[in-house]
Design a binder for this molecule. Structure first.
Ligand code: PRP
Length: 210
């Protein structure tokens, strides 16, 4: 039985595939994937490509043994699984951002748009502020520009999206990076294989153990 890895599609996938290859995993199928979702070229690890929030659904059910996902999603979902390794890629940060006329001291209750309502709620609780949170699914930067919200809480990597939409950073929240997470039961069942994958990943450039 191969060990199954749920890998987050998109940016995480692009940054992690070179690390998996450097660790000896055959990713040739992922590199030429078309619309395929399951990759069984490697004799030890079978990789499936899923949306970030679904990584934990597969992992928690035991359908996969390992997951590769951003800490933004782990923090938002309060994941009970083990985060074994910071892969040193996908580094970005959470910010509070808005237009130049936003007043962080405004007297009325703020409306904040975000894809991350739990992280947003925890941040404002930590500074003792009660806000209204509107959950949206993407293109969050639009919300203060179109009048849906006073400000946003979102992740920024290069800062390009904020800049090109004339938004400014008003507060820095927590940093984000990509993690290898392990199902607790799988860690017992497949300890030697998982240990050797972690060792191999640690030896690849830029990888830091936790
Ligand atoms: C993320 C995030 C920002 C953007 C920031 O969105 O929500 O919009 O990336 O990146 P930057 O600082 O490098 O410009 P994503 O690309 O995942 O798409 P989405 O807006 O549809 O969620």
């Amino acid at each position: 039985m191969p060990i199954k890895i749920a890998l987050t599609k998109g940016r995480v996938e692009q940054q992690v595939v070179p690390l998996l290859e450097a660790s000896g995993i055959d990713c040739s199928g992922i590199r030429s994937k078309g619309r395929r979702l399951i990759f069984d070229e490697d004799p030890v690890y079978e990789t499936i490509l899923v949306k970030g929030p679904d990584v934990l659904t597969y992992l928690n059910s035991g359908a996969v043994q390992l997951g590769i996902v951003g800490s933004d999603i782990l923090d938002e979902q309060r994941n009970p699984q083990y985060a074994m390794l910071d892969l040193g890629v996908g580094r970005c940060r959470f910010v509070l951002a808005s237009t130049s006329d936003f007043d962080p001291q405004q007297v009325s209750r703020k409306i904040i748009a975000t894809k991350y309502p739990n992280i947003t709620k925890r941040y404002f609780q930590s500074i003792g502020e009660d806000v209204e949170i509107i959950k949206i699914e993407g293109s969050v930067e639009l919300a203060p520009l179109i009048g849906l919200a006073d400000a946003i809480v979102d992740i920024t990597e290069t800062g390009t999206t904020l800049k090109e939409n004339n938004l400014h950073v008003y507060a820095e929240l927590q940093p984000v990076s990509t993690k290898l997470v392990v199902n607790r039961l799988a860690l017992k069942q497949y300890q030697p294989q998982i240990r050797s994958l972690i060792d191999a990943l640690q030896q690849t450039q830029g990888v830091n153990a936790q």
